[in-house]
Write a protein that binds this ligand. Structure first.
Ligand code: 5AD
Ligand code: SF4
Length: 464
């Protein structure tokens, strides 16, 4: 079949979507970039905020139109991921034409019923939401990697969450924490590198509590795993996300000092700068602990850049609580950040709390916070004009002759004079200009030439 996958939400979903792609390609199906060219549509959904839910329902409406128009008998619609896990009955009641509903730990079953569905149009919808993370990774390990890789890829090392922040739906969708073994992760990382990948971002809801077993049966912490992966020949950059401030330890800070391919950038969501709100969120740290973690990391790696997530308008958030958040932002100085209005989620304690904050107040606070964060990002980027950054070229730029990639600090950088350069090269770039969310520069020194022939995903031209 010709399949199309749309991923919503976090990077873990992007990873899961790629692995579903690997399974389908291994069975002879073909991936398409446009839903219109496919007859197997997969929506890998997110339920972190209500908005993400809404997007799915409008996309499903469009999918139904395609299904109705299809003259073939074999048009299959699959809803996978977090919405599938939390609301399968609701989904089915509103969208009875959906053929499969697969929770985030059941996506490996994507191929199971395709043949049956083609033969028999009238099969009941298959709903699978009861598998374990270990089942999923077992299947992934067996399948191997087939889909074309880019220079920078994700690798899930840990999944699920035991923290139970009171606003968060994740423990209800991805379940308890599960860490993959060091051996499995190392094998997957080696295979990515053999396929031309230069940068790997390790993923988990809570990577700092990674505790997978190593070859000797001992549990390994994240810092140990980072050391292990850093010895893979050909791997040029390592990142990891997401970290909870309560679990960041000194070994991680030392790893940032000592592992040369570990990038000096950390996404460290604080959510709020108010101790009272952090307590109500069940974050298990206060603002002082957050400052301590930032200071510790900066003491080992002075140029470390930080990003964060913020929620405004959590139930009971007062003007003073919000001012405390602005104060924290001013003290830390972030290089970039994401901020959201609190969105009540089903079955979470915060959704039932009194003193829900009105939409208008949330909107006003979000605007003020984003103005400050945008100013900080712009100041951070402007401080690079005239300086040099190292960029891993990952894609073509918006205009012809340009290539684009990320700096060590995760800034988006466009390189103007890309003659003689290829995707996959690591280059020193002199920054000539900073615009609000990115840098523009001129290449002046090639640090690492990409030695692997890679087909460009755009246009099918050999890149290097
Ligand atoms: N409402 C708003 N934002 C949320 N996040 C998680 N749950 C909610 C919610 N109910 C945000 C947090 C988290 C990011 C991935 O999404 O900031 O770090
Ligand atoms: Fe969304 Fe969370 Fe599920 Fe990721 S794990 S897709 S952020 S609900």
């Amino acid at each position: 079949m010709h399949f199309y996958i749309k991923s919503y939400g976090c990077q873990m979903n992007v990873y899961d979507s790629q692995r579903m792609g690997d399974i389908l390609i291994s069975l002879g199906h073909k991936q398409e970039d446009q839903a219109e060219n496919a007859n197997l549509l997969i929506f890998n959904t997110c339920s972190i905020r209500e908005k993400a839910d809404d997007k799915l329902f409008s996309d499903l409406g469009r999918a139904k139109v395609l299904k109705d128009k299809s003259s073939e008998n074999d048009f299959i619609i699959v809803v996978a991921g977090c919405v599938a896990q939390t609301r399968p009955e609701d989904l089915l009641a509103r969208h009875p034409y959906v053929d499969m509903i697969l929770g985030p730990q059941s996506i490996q079953s994507i191929s199971e019923r395709i043949d049956d569905l083609i033969k028999n149009k009238n099969l009941d919808t298959l709903i699978l939401t009861d598998q374990k993370a270990s089942d999923k990774f077992e299947k992934f390990n067996k399948t191997g990697s087939f889909a074309e890789k880019s220079v920078s890829e994700y690798l899930t090392i840990q999944e699920g969450c035991d923290n139970f922040c009171t606003y968060c739906v994740v423990p209800h969708t991805r379940g308890r924490e599960f860490s993959r073994s060091v051996k499995e992760i190392t094998a997957e990382a080696k295979s990515l590198v053999a396929n031309g990948v230069k940068e790997i971002t390790l993923l988990g809801q809570n990577v700092n509590s990674y505790n997978g077993v190593d070859e000797s049966g001992e549990t390994s912490r994240l810092s140990r795993l980072l050391w292990e992966l850093s010895s893979i020949e050909g791997l040029k950059r390592l990142r990891y996300t997401t970290s909870n401030p309560k679990d960041v330890d000194e070994d991680i800070a030392k790893a940032h000092r000592d592992i040369d391919i570990l990038m000096p950038f950390l996404h460290l969501p604080v959510q709020s700068g108010s101790d009272e709100i952090l307590r109500k969120m069940n974050r298990k740290y206060g603002r002082e602990r957050y400052f301590e973690v930032i200071d510790m990391l900066r003491s080992y790696r002075p140029d470390m850049a930080f990003s964060s997530d913020f929620i405004v308008g959590f139930p009971g958030e007062t003007d003073q609580d919000f001012e405390d958040t602005l104060d924290l932002v001013k003290k830390v100085k972030f290089s970039q950040a994401y901020s959201f209005k609190y969105s009540p989620r089903p079955n979470t304690p915060a959704a039932k709390m009194k003193n829900q904050v009105s939409g208008d107040v949330k909107a006003g606070r979000l605007q003020r916070l984003q103005d400050l964060l945008n100013q900080q990002q712009s100041d951070f980027n402007s401080s690079f004009v005239g300086r040099e950054v190292e960029v891993l070229l990952a894609k073509e730029g918006r205009h012809s002759g340009q290539l684009a990639g990320r700096s060590e600090y995760f800034q988006a950088v466009t390189v103007g004079n890309s003659d003689g350069l290829n995707i996959g090269d690591i280059v020193k770039v002199r920054v000539t200009n900073a615009v609000s969310h990115s840098l523009i520069g001129e290449e002046y020194q090639i640090e690492e030439k990409c030695e692997i022939k890679r087909k460009s995903k755009v246009g099918g031209i050999d890149e290097c």
